[in-house]
Design a protein around this ligand. Structure first.
Ligand SMILES: NC(=O)c1ccc[n+]([C@@H]2O[C@H](COP(=O)([O-])OP(=O)(O)OC[C@H]3O[C@@H](n4cnc5c(N)ncnc54)[C@H](OP(=O)(O)O)[C@@H]3O)[C@@H](O)[C@H]2O)c1
Length: 285
C-alpha cells in the first residue's frame, strides 16, 4: 500500500495506475445521509473518499456538502453507481452525465454498475450488462469516469463480462464483513487485477456485538467497529463504513495506528457464516 499525499490514509493501486484511498465514507438511503456529518468527515477527519449511488437519492446534497467543506475536487475520491433501471448503452451514458450534474462535478473517480441483474424485458442479463459496460468503457475513455467497475458481481458475471467486453473492471464492490467473506471471489478478483472493495464492513451493526469481536476489541483497547474496519483493511480490502454521527465517523477513521496480530486476523476470519445483511446476488443469472 502507498500513502495518499493528503491523508494519513493508505491507498491501493488500481490496474490503470490510479490510487484509491483504502478507507471511504458510505452514504445511503433510509437515514444514510447527514450534511453535517459529511462536512465533518471532510474537514475534521481528513476523509477524502465518499461512496454514493443514484439509488441513495442524496447526490445533490452530497455535492453541496462537499462544496461547503472547501476541499478541492482534485483531492477527493468520489464513487457513484449506475442503477439497473438505467442500464443499456444510451440510458447509462445519460444517467452518468445526469449524476455528474446532480453532484455538480465534471467526473467521477469511480463509476460502478450497481447490480448484475437488469430490468429490460426480452434482453438477457448478460447482454444488457455487456451493452451497459460498453457505455462505461466510453465514459472512461472520455475521462468522465477515471475508473470503472462493478458491484455485487460474482465470478460468473465477471467471466462473462471479460468474454464480452474489452476493459476488465477496475473494482468490484461487494458485501464484506466477518460474517460474509467471499474468499473465492476475492481470489478471482486478485488474479484478474480487480481491486476488491467491501461494503457493510460492520454488517450494519450486527458484528459489533459478536463475542469474538468484543474480545479482540478489549485486547487492543479499541472499539468493535474499529476492529471490523481494521480487519477488512488489513486484508487489503477497500472499506466504506457508513455513519451519520460525528463521534462514530471519527472513531471509524482511527484505524491506522495499530495492527491486528495473525491470531486475531484468523479468529475474525473464522466468523464467516455466509450471512448477507443487504442483498444477495447468488441467484442472478
Ligand atoms: N454496492 C452496494 O450494493 C452496497 C450495498 C450496501 C451498502 N453499500 C455502501 O456501503 C456503505 C456502508 O454499508 P452499510 O451502511 O450497509 O453498513 P455498515 O457500514 O456496516 O453499518 C452502518 C451502520 O452501523 C452504524 N455505525 C457506524 N459506525 C458505527 C460505530 N462506530 N459504532 C456503532 N455503530 C456504528 C450506523 O449507524 P449511524 O449512521 O447511526 O452511525 C449504521 O446503522 C453504505 O453507506 C454504501 O455506501 C453498498
Amino acid at each position: 500500500m502507498n500513502m495518499s499525499p493528503v491523508l494519513s490514509c493508505p491507498t491501493l493501486p488500481l490496474s490503470n495506475g490510479l490510487q484509491i484511498p483504502v478507507l471511504g465514507l458510505g452514504t445511503s438511503h433510509y437515514g444514510g445521509f447527514s450534511h453535517d456529518a459529511i462536512v465533518y468527515a471532510l474537514t475534521e477527519c481528513g476523509m477524502r473518499h465518499m461512496d454514493t449511488a443514484k439509488r441513495y437519492g442524496c447526490e445533490e446534497k452530497l455535492g453541496e456538502a462537499i462544496r461547503e467543506s472547501g476541499i478541492p475536487r482534485s483531492e477527493l475520491w468520489l464513487t457513484n453507481k449506475l442503477w439497473p433501471g438505467d442500464y443499456g448503452y444510451k440510458a447509462a451514458k445519460k444517467a452518468c452525465l445526469d449524476s455528474c450534474s446532480q453532484m455538480g462535478v465534471e467526473y467521477f473517480d469511480l463509476y460502478l454498475m450497481h447490480w448484475p441483474g437488469s430490468m429490460r424485458p426480452g434482453c438477457s442479463n448478460r447482454e444488457l450488462r455487456a451493452e451497459t459496460w460498453r457505455a462505461l468503457e466510453e465514459l472512461y475513455k472520455e475521462g468522465v469516469c477515471r475508473a470503472i467497475g462493478v458491484s455485487n458481481f460474482l465470478v460468473h458475471h465477471l467471466q462473462q463480462l471479460k468474454e464480452d467486453c474489452s476493459i476488465v473492471p477496475h473494482v468490484n464492490q461487494v458485501e464484506y464483513h466477518p460474517f460474509q467473506q467471499p474468499n473465492h471471489l476475492m481470489e478471482y478478483c486478485h488474479q484478474e487485477g480487480i481491486v476488491f472493495e467491501g461494503y457493510s464492513p460492520l454488517a450494519k451493526g450486527q458484528a459489533l456485538n459478536d463475542p469474538t469481536v468484543l474480545q479482540i476489541a478489549e485486547k487492543y483497547r479499541r472499539t468493535p467497529a474499529q476492529i471490523c474496519i481494521r480487519w477488512s483493511i488489513q486484508n487489503n480490502v477497500v472499506t466504506i463504513p457508513k455513519s451519520t454521527k460525528h463521534k462514530r465517523i471519527q472513531e471509524n477513521c482511527e484505524v491506522f495506528g495499530f495492527q491486528l496480530e495473525e491470531v486475531d486476523m484468523a479468529a475474525l476470519g473464522g466468523l464467516h457464516d455466509n450471512r448477507h445483511v443487504t442483498w444477495d446476488p447468488t441467484n442472478v443469472e
